[in-house]
Ligand binder design. Structure first.
Ligand code: CAA
Ligand code: NAI
Length: 696
């Protein structure tokens, strides 16, 4: 055995040389890996005793892609195409032995072997689009030569991996083996014994020739993904590369791929998406809770309340096989909650996103009950009753008397004080906030709210449990609205102000939609229901919202809100009557009516959020600026290609952002515009905002 670099070594087994990569955690293609593979191939080719070469990996996976942390830094070591050329042009057969995930650059390297074998659990894909990139090492040119343009388009624009069976059927791999290393060696020996040809994927022509007869497929494909990819640059560039593979010869296609890759990798969208990749992983880490903190063993779950949130929360647990007891206050609410859950599963099955037999299997994991005593043996109980503090306090006092001593007690409150709720029990250390987002079975975000007394064990258990139920968890502290809703309130204040000055709800919503959000604040209010928290007997016509409710406008649910909704299609149309009502209200308050520009709408919606984010960091409510971005991207649909509010502020320049905040504060007033104390620290130190941690 000989070391080729710090992460690659060479072994000989008879006539086969093994180039073995060992670069934990995911065998990313760091510069020393590229150097090691290149040297390994060269050494094996030069060694007369060697007749075939195997490339394989140690640890949990085959090469999972380029080393993302190297992007944007000065290049070191051999470029990837040089490594690939050494493999592809080797006069001795090269076999890749694959386990785990062959992703991105890793898959592109494997595609330059003459043969590929993989274990049955291996997965293959091009996730670059999720990083705002395209497979920049020949992937867009070799892939369609094997699978055809239609499948290639789907793979590169979705970024989703395929399994070994599918890869075998598509011709992307040559054999499924039991052991990736032994299997690859056996295949290599056979290649020598049988004199198998040196197959180069770049030389395949039949698929792209056939695709040349169907040029219309590209625009059809574009149209099919337009809604999902709105605002993103990378999907379109990926499509253009596949088009190039069909229209141009291989080398010209590679040149086009590299040109487009360079443009993406130096652009803001990819920088934002790469930043987000690490931000999401960072959010899982809690600096003051040691990684080896013992966790509770969560086998069963209780959910109190089967309303909008309780039902969705229960589904999360049933989806991963954890039995749930769901308790309501009366039979009608319980029946209704269960029927909504069932309908959700049935809809997924009808759409094909859930195997039909799973509907009953998952329903069977959910036990309905009217007796909280049934929580006695639950490992975790999540409360999702109405947002009323006294109700939640009495519920927790009750849970304290019912639940076993080592149960985890969680509240799904969206804004109430978790410390006050915890204080109604004799075990505040066991209480934590688990703030799911609506619809709770769909939205990825979970704000985990640590109270003053929440124990490390409860925090560690909740963060791990979040991962188990496929949520992205962000740990936050107690304050009104936590991170997400607290910032949302600030946007709401300015949106409400601007419509009184002359902007229309439709204009505000359009600007926010065009920025990349799925919908604007008024459309969102209509969706949530305008009457949340509204009571007819205490309504005094003192806000636009009260006026709307008083005139029978409840939002989407009754087809009339800031917009009117077509009863069949649910398409929203701006309502001149509402616009007049708002104008009259503004004039009645003595507010001068004027044209509000789109640029002002954007500033006034988003900058107070950034300012509030800075205050949240000042107060230590979020651990890091990047956690705030993770919250906004996953909880509210902030477009990931701008990186989230804090990263976005950096792209505008912190100086420019703070100048504007100060200027709006002077013009408009309001605590939400008062500049955060953090600004002077960030300006003085020159630290990028998105890298700030609380306490900096
Ligand atoms: N580069 C650098 N670090 C990486 C990495 C990469 N490509 N992939 C993962 N890591 C790091 C993560 O940051 C994480 O580090 P910490 O433990 O310090 O937080 C660690 O590896 C483990 O990652 P996960 O927590 O994500 O582990 P997992 O087991 O849940 O998932 C995975 C493993 C499926 C490989 C997942 O990490 C993943 O999807 N990685 C990205 C793959 C990717 O995007 N590849 C394409 C890169 S771009 C490219 O290749 C361009 C090109 O054409 C040349
Ligand atoms: P909801 O009104 O849809 O459901 C509440 C359910 O709790 C009802 O079915 C009710 O019958 C039941 N309930 C009330 N008191 C009960 C009791 N004593 N025992 C058993 N069940 C009882 O309300 P929703 O929207 O599900 O909200 C629940 C909690 O989740 C609230 O704290 C809310 O702030 C929070 N939340 C709501 C979000 C949303 O978008 N709706 C988002 C995130 C959090």
């Amino acid at each position: 055995m000989s070391e080729l670099s710090e992460s690659v070594h060479l072994e000989k087994r008879g006539e086969v040389a093994l180039v073995i990569v060992d670069n934990p955690p995911v065998n990313a293609l760091s510069h020393h890996v590229r150097q090691g593979i290149l040297d390994g191939i060269d050494a094996a080719v030069a060694d007369d005793e060697v007749k075939a070469i195997v490339l394989t990996c140690r640890g949990r996976t085959f090469i999972a892609g380029a080393d993302i942390s190297e992007f944007g830094k000065p290049p070191q070591g051999p470029p990837l195409p040089q490594v690939q050329a050494a493999m592809e042009n080797s006069p001795k057969p090269v076999v890749a032995g694959i386990h785990g995930t062959a992703l991105g650059g890793g898959f592109e390297v494997a595609m330059c072997a003459h043969y590929r074998v993989a274990v049955g659990s291996a997965r293959f894909g091009f996730p670059e689009v999720k990083l705002g990139l395209l497979p920049g090492a020949g992937g867009t040119q070799r892939l369609p030569r094997v699978v055809g343009a239609a499948k290639a388009l789907k793979m590169v624009t979705s970024g989703d991996p395929i399994g070994a069976d599918e890869a075998l059927a598509d011709g992307l791999i040559d054999e499924i083996v039991v052991d990736h290393e032994a299997g690859a060696v056996a295949f290599a020996e056979r290649a020598v014994a049988e004199g198998l040809p040196l197959k180069r994927l770049r030389d395949l022509e039949d698929k792209v020739t056939a695709d040349r007869a169907n040029p219309g497929q590209f625009d059809e494909f574009r149209a099919s993904i337009a809604r999902k990819t709105r605002g993103f640059i990378a999907p379109e560039y990926n499509i253009q590369c596949i088009e190039a593979a069909v229209d141009l010869d291989f080398d010209a296609g590679i040149a086009r791929e590299q040109e487009l890759f360079r443009e993406l990798v130096t652009g803001t969208q990819s920088a934002a998406q790469r930043y987000y990749f690490f931000a999401e992983r960072e959010a899982a880490k809690v600096p003051d809770v040691p990684r080896d903190t013992p966790q509770l063993d969560i086998q069963t779950c209780g959910v109190l309340g089967a309303g909008t949130m309780g039902g969705g929360i229960a589904m999360n647990f049933a989806n991963v096989g954890i039995p749930v007891t769901i308790v309501e206050r009366d039979q009608a609410s319980l029946d209704h909650g269960l029927s909504v859950i069932r309908k959700n599963y049935e809809r997924s099955a009808a759409r094909g996103s859930l195997p039909a037999d799973q509907v009953e299997k998952r329903m069977a994991l959910i036990t309905p009950s009217l007796d909280r005593g049934d929580f006695a043996q639950s490992d975790i109980v999540i409360e999702a009753v109405f947002e009323e503090l006294e109700l939640k306090r009495s519920v927790f006092a009750d849970l304290d008397s019912i639940c076993k001593q080592d149960a985890l007690l969680a509240t799904n409150t969206s804004a109430l004080d978790v410390n006050v709720i915890a204080a109604s029990t004799a075990r505040p250390e066991s209480v934590i906030g688990m703030h799911f987002f609506s619809p709770a079975n769909v939205m990825k975000l979970l704000e985990v709210v640590r109270g003053d007394k929440t124990s490390d064990q409860i925090i560690a258990t909740t963060m791990a449990l979040a991962k188990r139920i496929n949520k992205i968890a962000v740990l936050v502290g107690v304050c009104h609205g936590f991170v997400g809703n607290r910032m949302l309130f600030m946007r709401g204040i300015e949106a409400d102000r601007m419509i009184l000055e002359g902007a229309t709800p439709a204009q505000v919503d359009r600007v926010i939609y065009d920025f990349g959000f799925p919908m604007g604040p008024f459309a969102m209010s209509d969706l949530a229901g305008l009457d949340i928290g509204w009571k007819e007997e205490t309504s005094t016509s003192s806000t636009v919202r009260e006026l709307m409710c008083e005139s029978g406008r409840r939002g989407q649910k009754n087809g009339r809100g800031y917009y009117t909704y077509d009863p069949e299609t649910r398409v929203a149309t701006p309502d001149p009557e509402v616009e007049q009502m708002i104008r009259d209200f503004g004039v009645g308050k003595g507010i001068e009516q004027r044209e509000v520009t789109d640029a002002e709408v954007l500033d006034r919606c988003l900058l107070p959020m950034v300012n509030e984010g800075a205050k949240i960091l000042d107060e230590g409510i979020a651990i890091r600026a990047s956690d705030i971005d993770v919250v906004w991207i996953n909880g509210y649909g902030w477009p990931v290609y701008t990186g989230g509010p804090m990263f976005w502020a950096d792209t505008l320049g912190v100086d420019a952002v703070v100048d504007k905040i100060e200027s709006y504060h002077a013009d408009l007033g309001g605590d939400h515009w008062a500049p955060a104390a953090l600004w002077s620290k960030v300006r003085d130190s020159g630290t990028p905002l998105h890298t700030v941690t609380s306490g900096t």
